[in-house]
Design a binder for this molecule. Structure first.
Ligand code: CAP
Ligand code: MG
Length: 437
């Protein structure tokens, strides 16, 4: 260490964090020539009060705010404790700028992954959390005895509004609870937002009358904030109870703003996570999706995509289970053999509906339900709109698969026993039990 540096002052292995501090868990790799302590100090410094050199302006009261790297392990595991005064309460963008900020670019650090953030009570209570949560969303739809079901009208984009509305009708009348926009469908010229909303809502009402079931439209309102607010207001005017937003593509500020506007109009939020894998997927750099899921519960969305054990998107099963647990349990306790994750009390913030999506079809739903349980929202896109006999048959096949599972009957047996349920048999003929890649 050169004598103008004070990075190691931010390392204190004897430090015992208090429950009212924020804890951030990192996995870090030093660049050649640096030790793990060197980089632990840099992480704690740059994410709290420090810079590369000692300062004439450092006052004792500012020194009090120095973050402390108190776990510094040779394998790269680092835990840092932060005094709550370092943060602006109730601000997601400020959290990003501090503990998810400059540290990722420091020259001395070869790789850095944020694996967990433990939020203390005062911080948790400065955010709204979900407005509806699992129970609130079930109450809107009056569905209590099975997973909720959604379908994206594939192809992802390209349909005219009229074509889209027709598919939406078929999705809803076939038995799905939600029609869902795709993440990249917003307001392209062939399918403008306002026109689409009007057309789909008509179809939702028609399907509700015909089926006697409640239906919802997860309509993608993602846009810059002024336009987003206009779209949300319009959704409320149509009497729909749901909006969908690409929380990461929109950015932390717009994500949080969406929560505030949704509060005003009493709308539940479906959070799509497109863009996450750009920084969650590398093992040695970025931010774990687990952290994003915790932020989603903190800020307050009602559904969030977390992946599946059987679908087309990459997933680590232990991580997937922990993610599901942390967004649904009142108090998260890490597995006994887990050195990484911290416990998290949500102080009454409601549970978020985990969304399983990506490559799902009837044949693999039993394996999905075995792993994730019934309190999930299942999105089946291609697996409904790709049914050999069309979209309505696709929805029916999904409902039949769920029914078979609930009765504990293997799908092929159920399809044989119930000749009237030919839709499931036809889905199994096309896809069998394949796990798409
Ligand atoms: C699924 C999907 C979702 C992905 C996102 C898609 O369609 O609509 O966006 O599930 O991944 O466009 O791929 P299919 P994740 O049902 O036709 O596969 O849920 O992991 O965030
Ligand atoms: Mg999609």
């Amino acid at each position: 260490m050169t004598d103008f540096e004070w990075y190691l002052d931010f390392v204190d292995k004897d430090y015992k964090p208090s429950p009212d501090e924020m804890i951030v868990v990192f996995k870090a790799k030093p660049a050649p020539g640096f030790s793990i302590e060197d980089i632990a100090g840099r992480i704690a410094s740059e994410s709290s009060i420090g810079t590369w050199t000692t300062l004439a302006t450092l006052k004792p009261h500012i020194r009090e705010l120095m973050a402390k790297a108190y776990v510094v392990r040779e394998d790269g595991l680092i835990k840092v404790a932060y005094k709550l005064d370092l943060f602006e309460l109730g601000s997601l963008p400020q959290l990003f700028s501090s503990v998810l900020g400059n540290i990722f670019g420091m020259k001395a650090i070869k790789g850095l992954k944020v694996l967990d953030i433990k939020f203390p009570r005062e911080y948790v209570e400065s955010f709204k959390g979900p407005q509806f949560g699992i129970k609130g969303v079930r109450d809107i739809l009056k569905v209590y005895d099975r997973p909720l079901l959604a379908t994206v009208a594939k192809p992802k984009v390209g349909h005219t509004t009229e074509e889209y509305a027709q598919i939406a009708y078929e999705i809803a009348v076939g038995g799905m609870d939600f029609v869902k926009d795709d993440e990249n469908l917003t307001s392209q010229k062939f399918n403008r937002f306002e026109k689409r909303l009007a057309a789909v809502m008509k179809m939702i009402e028609k399907a509700e009358k015909e089926t006697g079931e409640r239906k919802g439209y997860l309509v993608n309102v993602t846009a810059p904030p002024k336009e987003l607010e206009k779209r949300i207001k319009l959704v409320a005017d149509y009497g729909n109870k749901f909006i969908m937003v690409d929380i990461l593509a929109a950015g932390p500020g717009v994500w949080q703003y969406t929560r505030d506007v949704a509060d005003e109009y009493k709308l539940a939020i479906h959070a799509h996570r497109a863009f996450h894998a750009a920084f969650t997927r590398p093992k040695d750099h970025g931010v774990a999706f687990y952290v994003i899921a915790k932020l989603a519960r903190l800020v307050g969305v009602d559904h969030i995509h977390i992946g599946t054990n059987v679908g087309k998107m990459q997933a680590d099963l232990i991580e997937l289970k922990d993610t599901q647990r942390v967004i649904t349990e009142d108090v998260f306790k890490p597995r006994p053999d887990d050195p990484i994750k911290e416990p998290q009390d949500w102080y009454g913030r409601k549970p978020v509906f985990p969304v399983a999506s990506g490559g799902l079809h009837p044949g693999i739903l039993p394996q999905l339900l075995d792993f994730m349980g019934m309190d999930i929202l299942i999105q089946v896109g291609g697996g409904v709109t790709g049914h050999p006999d069309g979209v309505i048959a696709g929805g029916k096949a999904v409902r039949q698969a769920i029914e078979a599972y609930k009765q504990g009957i293997p799908l092929d047996e159920y399809a044989k026993e119930h000749k009237e349920h030919k839709e499931l048999a036809r889905a199994l003929e096309k896809w069998g039990y394949v796990r798409p890649a």
